[in-house]
Ligand binder design. Structure first.
Ligand code: AMP
Ligand code: FE
Ligand code: ZN
Length: 278
């Protein structure tokens, strides 16, 4: 069977709907040979137990995370891969990010309250119940009958520029790259096709990434070629993944983008030769 590794997916450790072990089983089911969980601002999926699950499913599990950063006022996602375990440096970075996320969620709930959505949400508004990300907020709004779908929650309230949007500051793109390198990992620019304005994505091309996510979800080849050319010129690794989140983002199908063994091994060898778990 051809080797395929999906290097971008989310579990319940951030805003996905599948638990890490269930996502592993699904990956095995569809014939993937390699996987990396890239949860937002956390590496908590990487327990010793999940590596046992991976072995049982004959899947090579590569360490990963997706850090939310800011560059020129634009939110940029930076993927970190192949960092060794255990990893106190990344743990600390993630801990700081999660506190920022709690704080931002509290502000979003305040904005929702000001827009008439307070009933049933008091504990979220006060910050007594802590929430890490917007898709989770969207699910709470559905639960309380304020919207019907995650899409509606984003379109009406939560998407960038909407009345209850709140940006998350704190970590610049360069700081994220530096932190990933210091932690012994590889830094990859996520979903370059989606970065607007274009002059921001152009300016990112002169930064010290190790790779770029040239294959993302189901983007057409014409959208990918530009990034493949840049990677070629810079000697960057081209990565790929589906950005699978489970039921909330039905268009991001697990395995819809992937990398072959050569690109995967470059990261995987880096990871296993430096980790104490192996
Ligand atoms: P956050 O990290 O809390 O800012 O939330 C970002 C996540 O929200 C992304 O990873 C997407 O999964 C999801 N998201 C962003 N925009 C939308 C949208 N318009 N509809 C549904 N999900 C979205
Ligand atoms: Fe997400
Ligand atoms: Zn993602």
């Amino acid at each position: 069977m051809m080797f395929r590794a999906d290097l971008h997916c989310h579990t319940t450790c951030s805003d996905g709907t599948f638990m890490p072990a269930d996502l592993m089983a699904k990956a095995a089911d569809i014939g993937l040979s390699g996987l990396s969980y890239t949860d937002h601002d956390t590496i908590s999926a990487y327990t010793p137990e999940i590596f046992d699950v991976a072995r049982k499913n004959s899947i090579k599990l590569l360490t990963g995370t997706e850090l939310s950063t800011l560059h020129r006022e634009t939110c940029i996602h930076v993927l970190g891969y192949a960092f060794p375990l255990p990893n106190p440096i990344l743990e600390e970075v993630c801990q700081e990010r999660i506190l920022r996320r709690f704080e931002r969620s509290r502000k979003i709930f305040e904005l929702l309250a000001r827009n008439g959505m307070r009933k049933g949400l008091e504990e979220y508004v006060s910050g007594a119940i802590k929430i890490t990300g917007r898709p989770l907020i969207a699910r709470i709004l559905i639960e309380h009958g304020y919207v019907e779908t995650v899409r509606e929650a984003f379109n009406r309230y939560l998407a960038d520029g909407m009345p209850c949007y709140c940006r998350m500051g704190g970590l610049s793109t360069q700081q994220a790259i530096d932190a990933i390198h210091k932690a012994g990992g590889k830094a990859v620019l996520a979903q370059p096709h989606l970065i607007r304005p274009r002059k921001v994505s152009k300016s990112l091309m002169s930064m010290n990434f190790d790779g770029i996510e040239g294959y993302y979800a189901r983007f057409p080849l014409t959208a990918e070629q530009e990034w493949l050319d840049i990677a070629n010129e810079k000697g960057w690794i081209v990565t790929g993944g589906s950005d699978f989140h489970g039921d909330d983002k039905p268009n991001n199908i697990l395995g819809s983008s992937w990398v072959r063994e050569k690109a995967f091994s470059f990261f995987y060898e880096h990871f296993i030769t430096r980790s104490e778990l192996f």
